[in-house]
Unconditional design. Structure first.
Length: 365
């Protein structure tokens, strides 16, 4: 039964990945239309950070299947970012660039090509040089135009990337930056219950933006904590990851899905970030063997949400969900919404593959 479930969700993940191209692929330099149907708003806006997540999604598929076609599609998305960004890696937003760098580090791992690691390091160096500063305590700004505005979307991916780069080169202080960024987040934006706020000092008044209760902030903090736990074996990081993940599910979901977080395109990607790093946490807990109760709760949430997604989001033999997976498909969606669904289904496939491997080992014993 478990092996069959794993095969089913791997096939579902293929359908989800293929649905991105089916609904959004366009001819010419744009590559992906921003919406489906392709006739709402300014469909040619360049969404740098959405494309960075497309790279991650394609690498997920390559890791799951070993099919080089998915790796090639990751490179198509990478090339599209650089082409549409005027041949440059950099823009004004430190979080955007870090998303791209995280994806590039994975492309390097998938291809063995040094160029992509060099690009990730170049982004790291640029971000530190331009955005790391002492305002409100050493941490990373959100963008070049607001160097005193600090938030989770910038410091979270910095912490994750620093750990990953430290594994490749421990002669530089990548890990130290990761720890400082994480500690700053913990001190300034994380509540006693582990809930992660968005940012502070956006209007130069020292105020924390508590009105934005977004899933992706929770996911970033979980992801950073899991990476730091892996790098240091300090269980305090794992405890924080578990607390924040459980709090996010209890505070922001209905127990099955996260409801729609907003009507803009960016919000469509938010829950995908949570699911990606929830998957990393569940993998760490499976190896660690601790937190059985919380692990079961989080696994059930992943299963229930993706079951709802699949039950409600299919259009014929394609997946085309809205932002609320408990509801039937809506008339218009941005491709950010599609990428979130892909991330969740890929993590469900990963979870079921792990369960199948455990079952097989138990039978062999």
């Amino acid at each position: 039964m478990t092996s069959s479930t794993a095969q089913t969700w791997s096939a579902n993940a293929d359908i989800a990945q293929q649905s991105l191209d089916h609904f959004f692929l366009v001819e010419g330099p744009q590559y992906l239309a921003n919406s489906h149907p392709h006739d709402r708003g300014n469909t040619e806006v360049f969404n740098y950070w959405w494309l960075a997540h497309v790279i991650d999604a394609r690498i997920d598929a390559w890791e799951r299947t070993g099919d080089p076609a998915w790796r090639s599609l990751a490179l198509v998305a990478r090339d599209n970012i650089v082409e549409r960004n005027g041949g440059q890696l950099f823009n004004d937003y430190f979080d955007d660039m870090l998303w791209f760098a995280l994806a590039l580090e994975r492309v390097h791992a998938a291809t063995g090509e040094q160029q992509y690691l060099d690009e990730a390091i170049a982004i790291w160096d640029h971000v530190i040089a331009e955005g790391w500063n002492e305002a409100l305590g050493w941490s990373l700004a959100w963008r070049k135009q607001q160097l005193a505005y600090k938030n989770t979307p910038a410091n979270g991916p910095l912490a994750i990337l620093g750990v990953r780069l430290s594994r490749r080169d421990d002669s530089r202080d990548y890990l130290g930056y990761s720890q400082r960024a994480f500690d700053w987040l913990t001190a300034n934006l994380v509540g006693d219950d582990g809930f992660v706020e968005d940012g502070v000092n956006r209007e130069d008044d020292g105020r924390v933006d508590t009105q934005w209760r977004f899933t992706y902030n929770q996911g970033l903090y979980v992801g950073a904590a899991v990476e730091l736990f892996g790098a240091t074996a300090d269980r305090a990081y794992l405890e924080r990851a578990v607390q924040t993940a459980v709090t996010a599910v209890r505070e922001l979901s209905d127990g099955t899905v996260f409801p729609d977080e907003g009507d803009g395109g960016d919000e469509g990607l938010f829950k995908g970030v949570f699911y990606r790093y929830l998957g990393e946490l569940l993998a760490a807990l499976a190896l660690d063997g601790s937190h059985a109760e919380e692990r079961a709760e989080l696994e059930q949430f992943l299963r229930a949400g993706t079951d709802a997604l699949w039950a409600n989001g299919l259009v014929g033999d394609r997946l085309r969900p809205g932002n609320d997976w408990s509801k039937l498909p809506v008339e218009w969606i941005p491709y950010s919404t599609m990428v979130s669904a892909i991330f969740a289904v890929e993590q469900r496939a990963r979870l079921e593959a792990r369960a199948a491997a455990v079952e097989s080992a138990e039978h062999a014993a």
